[in-house]
Design a protein around this ligand. Structure first.
Ligand code: ARG
Ligand code: ZN
Length: 472
């Protein structure tokens, strides 16, 4: 499923201006002629690539569903996999590319017929026996196996498929999905997922969404099936395999499924209750919960961060309340409403961090304004103010000061400018209007202007697109 772009909408002058400074790359004409690139090139790229990850994605087709059969043995960290991708050709495709950096491929078929393929860097080019006609649904099946490895990026850290002592866990953000399955790694190409995870019996496997029946055992191996029935961006796809104590309850009719590695000492029930509380609170602030289950997984790894994997965040160590509130808020901000471009990562992290401030304000802590004031005291010459929150650059996309804290400050500044009424209406309307879709900062500016009847261009210009401390 591909959502329409921010740039494609009828924009107010203000929003178009903001768009221009914020995301010039997304203004590519939608009518560009298809380009035939040599084998290994990117086919059918007519819309903008992601400026931060220009190699990722392919817009010549639209993925509907990923069915991932993963047979994994923790003792050897060996994976034998079969990915079945259902997609629709957006134009004639004599060949197409996927993003894939995983273990060796054994075989690829397209609609059941053997297909030629070639790997080059992170791109996998597939040549079907017959060219795919525009508008046609097709199925790609990829068999592969070996020992998957994570990406260890000097700026972004450890991500993708991460092997653990007792299994593995996936933390894909931003472009790590390709370490363990062939994927159209484009933020705009959300899809539904089925995970069929086979392990030695006694090992537990979790993923996004809901389990389909009980795990099925035979011959010393067990298969657990999970489905994510709501559209999901590939950076949010998660499997966790290992030793887990699993707790399942219902919260207002929605399953809450959490998993805790019993090797961790201490309180194993906090994640479960904190997740339920954060979700219930989120509903009152952001509107209806977008997914069919919730939960979380605590799985120790070398990642050094938590990730808001859809419906079931992963924590690399037992989280505190703020961390659970943060990852839960991402279910609305990031997972359901997803940026079109990684440049707008502040739309994820600013809102999730602001949710922490709001939670504190309502649970006996400092007000969001007090938190803002404390940070605003940072001297103008401090590196805190050096980059642009609305365009931090690929290597600084997870910069805590620039993206998380200044992102949340931008929202507090917006709140104090338009008032609580308009601001809290905005939080709900943002989720209502763009549920399961993709957004750009211009969408936020336009909605905020629509709700408040104010020109907010100067505010966002100062707070997002200026590498300096904004005057107040
Ligand atoms: N989105 C995560 C969070 O704020 C952080 C992900 C960091 N990813 C990375 N590759 N360093 O909860
Ligand atoms: Zn976050």
């Amino acid at each position: 499923m591909t959502s329409r772009e921010c740039a494609a909408l009828a924009l107010s002058v203000t929003c178009a201006t903001a768009l221009f400074t914020a995301a010039p790359a997304s203004t590519a004409p939608a009518t560009a002629a298809p380009v035939v690139a040599p084998l290994g090139g990117d086919q059918g790229q007519t819309r903008a690539r992601d400026p931060y990850f220009p190699l990722s994605g392919n817009q010549g087709y639209d993925v509907q569903h990923y069915d991932l059969g993963l047979d994994f043995t923790p003792a050897s960290h060996e994976l034998a996999a079969e990915a079945t991708i259902t997609a629709r050709a957006e134009r004639r495709l004599a060949r197409f590319t996927l993003d894939y950096s995983g273990p060796p491929i054994q075989r690829i078929t397209v609609d059941g017929r053997e297909a030629a393929y070639r790997r080059e860097g992170q791109k996998l080019t597939v040549v079907p026996a017959e060219a795919l006609r525009p508008g046609r649904d097709f199925t790609v099946q990829v068999r592969y196996g070996g020992r998957p490895e994570p990406i260890n990026d000097p700026a972004l850290g450890l991500y993708g498929w991460i092997n653990t002592d007792d299994g593995a866990v996936t933390l894909n953000e931003p472009d790590g999905a390709r370490t363990w399955y062939p994927v159209n790694d484009d933020l705009r190409d959300k899809a539904t997922y089925t995970f069929r995870i086979t392990t030695p019996t006694g090992v537990t496997a979790l993923a996004n969404g809901e389990p389909q029946g009980r795990p099925r055992a035979g011959n010393g191996r067990t298969t657990a099936t999970w489905t994510m029935a709501k559209p999901m961006a590939s950076y949010l796809a998660m499997v966790a395999i290992g030793n887990f104590d699993v707790t399942r309850t219902q919260v207002d009719g929605i399953p809450n499924i959490t998993a805790y590695d019993p090797a961790i000492p201490g309180d194993d029930s906090f994640l479960h209750s904190a997740t339920a509380a954060a979700e219930q609170w989120g509903v009152t602030k952001f509107g209806r919960y977008p997914f069919d289950s919730m939960g979380g997984v605590i799985d120790p790894s070398d990642a050094g961060y938590a990730l808001e994997t859809q419906s079931r965040p992963v924590y690399d160590s037992p989280p505190d309340e703020s961390a659970v509130v943060h990852e839960s808020a991402h279910q609305w901000f990031g997972d359901s409403v997803t940026p079109t471009s990684w440049q707008d990562i502040w739309l994820n992290e600013g809102f999730a961090t602001y949710a922490e401030w709001l939670w504190q304000e309502e649970h006996g802590g400092p007000s969001a304004q007090e938190t803002f004031d404390g940070l605003y005291a940072t001297p103008a010459g401090d590196p805190f103010w050096q980059l642009k929150t609305g365009d931090p650059g690929r290597d600084e996309m997870f910069n805590y000061d620039v993206v998380y804290l200044r992102g949340a400050m931008t929202l507090q500044e917006l709140r104090s400018t338009i008032g609580d009424d308009a601001f809290f209406r905005l939080l709900r309307e943002w989720n209502e209007r763009y549920r399961y879709g993709n957004v750009g900062t211009c969408d936020l500016i336009r909605l905020a202007e629509e709700i408040s009847h104010r020109d907010l261009q100067p505010l966002f210009q100062a707070w997002l697109y200026t590498a300096a401390k904004p005057a107040r």
